[in-house]
Design a protein around this ligand. Structure first.
Ligand code: AMP
Length: 528
């Protein structure tokens, strides 16, 4: 039977696994690595490099080497988070002229984040097929628990463009808990603390009678290993300016080298007490040499480590439990190898975390196990997820009426009846939002549609039933019905990634066609 590939599509690194019953195996890529850098490089000759080869040439091609694309998935260019990223990333960002979604600028074209992610997925698929010696068509892809509907949809689109049928999107902490080996007979409360390259997630899962239920999730989509690297990078730039009077900010090649050296120093400081950094000829004939102690590094990143505490408290509050009620803490993400992070986890939960052998692989392993569950190979474990953010619609005066509250277990279906505000109204406009703010406009817009053909009556008379439905993938469908006439109208919310469905379908078809390869030129509308 063809295997379902479990994929952890990470901000910094991606990992893939397949399961045989309840045993999962990580699949190495063609370079022999168990994880693949989530880096895509577009070269002048039209070649596209993915993974380690892309990361390795980043120094000489910084403006066209795309990393951290997961941070851009399903986002609008106007979002404040994108504002700060614009200055940090060495490649260009722009707004899609039609939807305002963020796009990557590449030599006169605009490329969507799902298209870039698809390049990573295509490589993983091709490498897995090479390793396993057979075709892979289905995949289960994980996303941070905090991902909203647009981000989940963008991830599904990336899979489709890569020629993969994404049969399920699951939350990363849910996958980790599944693979953590805690799914035995004993009932318990598990906290999953996931500090990766770009995101921080914390989830509380209840395991009762062999069933996992996510009780609460919280996190920060802009906190991760990259931020730790940036602290070292900024420090190195300051030191160089102080000693040599040169500002390296404006030199992309130097910045790329500094970034790599910063990450290497950070990783070294997880096991050593000090790390030395040497970058010969960083600016003309000037070289950079520095030494950083673990103590210094911990001091310069204290606030970042501390920032993980608040989401943990929020998740505990949302689940209405105390830190001492947590029976086991699972660590996920490469950053949890930093000793200070482990100490912080202990401080928050009052006990030592349950340390898995490899926090980089546990999510992909869980995604693969989900494949076994769906294939009926593991019968006794069931996964239940929750909505990470509240979902509702705009009411009169920019009000926000929540239909499905955050942390509600999915799949879920909720209906509520609304009415009109003006006499003789024949249609209503329904704006769908996701978030926790009291005003609709302060939340994340998911879509808008008009229900036409409402029977004209006095204001407040019509009864319009709106139904929000989230399926097991965490994807939302909204329907509306005029209860007066009984007439039901089918309403389809436009895909929230702003990607043209035809384009996704066309790219998906191309990917499935024989000869579809990773080394294709970027496609997209011309840059404005
Ligand atoms: P992940 O998203 O799980 O692949 O995590 C990647 C992040 O973990 C990157 O920021 C890495 O630099 C970081 N990382 C990997 N190994 C270590 C280590 N030994 N100590 C500290 N950070 C690490």
């Amino acid at each position: 039977m063809p295997k379902t590939l479990g994929i952890d599509l990470g901000t910094t690194n991606s990992c893939m696994a397949v399961a045989e019953g309840s045993l999962s195996n990580v699949i190495p890529n063609r370079e022999g690595g168990r994880t693949t850098p989530s880096v895509v490089a577009y070269k002048d000759n039209g070649e596209v490099l993915v993974g380690l080869p892309a990361k390795r040439q980043a120094i000489i091609n910084p403006a066209e080497t795309i990393y951290s694309v997961k941070r851009l998935m399903g986002r609008k260019f106007s979002e404040p988070e994108i504002d700060s990223l614009k200055y940090l990333l060495p490649y260009g960002l722009a707004a899609d002229p039609q939807h305002g979604d963020v796009r990557v600028k590449l030599r006169g074209t605009l490329v969507s984040p799902p298209e870039v992610s698809a390049m990573i997925l295509k490589k993983l698929k091709a490498d897995a097929e090479h390793y396993l010696g057979g075709p892979i068509e289905k995949a289960i892809v994980t996303v941070p628990a905090y991902f909203n509907d647009s981000q989940r949809q963008a991830t599904k689109d990336a899979g489709a463009i890569a020629g993969l049928d994404v049969v399920r999107i699951i939350n990363e902490p849910t996958a980790a808990s599944l693979a953590s080996g805690l799914g035995g007979k004993q009932d318990m409360l598990i906290a999953v603390y996931d500090l990766g390259g770009g995101t921080f997630d914390v989830s509380l899962l209840e395991l009762a009678k062999g069933i996992f239920e996510v009780k609460a999730t919280s996190g920060n989509t802009y906190l991760g290993g990259d931020d730790f690297d940036m602290r070292i990078l900024s420090w190195l730039i300051d030191e160089f300016k102080k000693n040599e009077g040169v500002d390296l900010h404006a030199e992309p090649k130097a910045m790329q080298r500094l970034k790599e050296a910063s990450e290497a120093a950070k990783i070294e400081l997880s096991s050593a007490n000090s790390a030395s950094i040497a970058l010969p000829f960083i600016h003309m004939d000037k070289s950079l040499e520095a030494s950083l102690t673990r103590e210094q590094f911990e001091a310069m990143t204290k606030d970042l480590v501390d920032k993980t505490e608040d989401p943990c408290r929020k998740a505990l509050e949302a689940a209405r439990v105390q830190a001492r009620d947590v029976d086991a803490i699972v660590l996920v993400g490469g950053m949890t190898r930093m000793p200070r992070v482990v100490a912080k986890v202990k401080e928050i939960f009052g006990k030592d975390p349950y340390v898995r052998a490899n926090p980089d692989e546990v999510v992909a392993a869980g995604a693969a196990l989900q494949g076994s569950i769906m294939g009926g190979e593991i019968a006794e474990v069931l996964l239940l997820d929750v909505t990470p953010l509240s979902l509702g619609l705009r009411t009169v005066g920019d009000g926000f009426k929540v239909l499905i509250e955050r942390n509600t277990t999915i799949p879920i279906r909720r209906s509520e009846t609304f009415t009109t505000t003006e006499d003789g109204q024949t249609f209503v406009r329904i704006g769908i939002f996701q978030g926790e703010q009291p005003k609709a406009s302060q939340n994340h817009p998911l879509g808008e549609f008009e229900l036409v053909g409402v029977k004209p009556q006095a204001a407040g008379k019509p009864r319009i039933e709106v139904t929000f439905e989230i399926n097991a993938d965490g994807l939302l469908r909204v329907t509306a019905k005029d209860k007066e006439t009984g007439q039901k109208q089918a309403i389809v919310i436009k895909p929230s990634t702003g990607l043209d469905r035809d384009m996704v379908d066309r790219l998906a078809k191309e990917a499935r066609a024989p000869g579809g390869s990773v080394a294709s030129a970027p496609s997209g509308p011309p840059a404005s």
